[in-house]
Design a protein around this ligand. Structure first.
Ligand code: NAG
Length: 271
């Protein structure tokens, strides 16, 4: 009898254990640092990044993220995603922490579906499902572009990437889009340039290149300069942050970016 009770207790303890929050390195430098990551059984095979103790009245916009190589390790870009989370966002990478294998665009759509189902409830009470950005690195950037037709997605981020199969789709892209690229030596350079040039008149777009190659600075602390541009884009489009806006609109070429932009006046932040 006693053994049964002990056994039952141990079993319940396992059943109710909440997913452990983890982080790599410092966890970002934002006001709600550290950004940490965890998993949630309601969204299998994904990694969820959150800020620490954000104020109860702070709404958290959403970044859904596709990894390089369309790989399934949801922590492959942890430095950058923790940085984003530390500024008061929820970021969701396709694939679990350390997961092997690959992802699909459908897994990014699962993240978006999950956000629309869970925003405003329980642990996700602050999540703002009206502010979703889809972004990704390399093959993950293609997964992000695939979401541009989803009305729930407000803006797209393309990091060292360009369309691979339906190569003419960019001529129909109407949503604000940011290209964060690794320079003319990068394997994705030509495709990114082609897509940017194909965007229709009126689509707000910014493209920055720095000659750092494919992965850029994404794996540096807080995502380095790639991370800085990505975070500034979020802060501008979803929070209307003027300083973040100036990073893109002032013809900014500090940080070594070779910049092209178009129709940024059409971007009415906050989206
Ligand atoms: C590319 O084509 C696929 C298949 O038709 C489609 O699901 C996807 O949305 C397209 N991607 C873009 C960026 O248009």
């Amino acid at each position: 009898m006693k053994l049964n009770i002990i056994g039952f207790t141990a079993l319940s303890a396992v059943a109710v254990a909440s997913p452990v929050e983890k982080r790599q390195g410092g966890g970002g430098d934002g006001p709600y640092k550290p950004g940490t990551y965890k998993t949630d059984s309601s969204l299998q095979q994904h990694t969820i990044y959150l800020p620490t103790n954000p104020p109860a009245d702070l709404k958290l916009p959403v970044l859904v993220w596709g990894n390089g190589g369309c790989g399934a390790d949801g922590t492959s870009t942890a430095q950058f995603l923790q940085q984003v989370a530390s500024y008061g966002y929820i970021a969701i990478a396709s694939g679990g922490p350390g997961q092997q294998g690959s992802t699909t665009s459908a897994m990014m759509k699962q993240s978006i579906d999950w956000v629309t189902q869970n925003a405003g409830k329980g642990a996700y009470a602050n999540v703002d499902a009206t502010k979703i950005m889809a972004s990704g690195f390399s093959c993950g950037g293609v997964e992000a572009m695939d979401q541009i037709w989803d009305p729930r997605v407000k803006t797209i981020g393309v990091v060292s990437s360009g369309l691979l199969t339906n190569q003419t789709a960019a001529k129909s892209f109407k949503k604000p889009i940011v290209y964060i690229m690794g320079g003319s030596g990068d394997i994705a350079y030509a495709n990114g340039e082609r897509d940017y040039n194909a965007l229709p008149a009126g689509t707000p777009a910014w493209k920055g290149n720095i000659n750092v190659g494919h992965g850029g600075t994404l794996f540096d602390q807080n995502g380095g300069r790639f991370g800085k541009a990505g975070l500034n884009w979020l802060q501008w489009v979803f929070r209307g942050d003027e300083k973040a806006k100036a990073y893109f609109t002032s013809g900014y070429s500090a940080d070594g970016w070779q910049v092209q932009s178009k129709s940024l006046d059409n971007l009415k932040a906050p989206l």
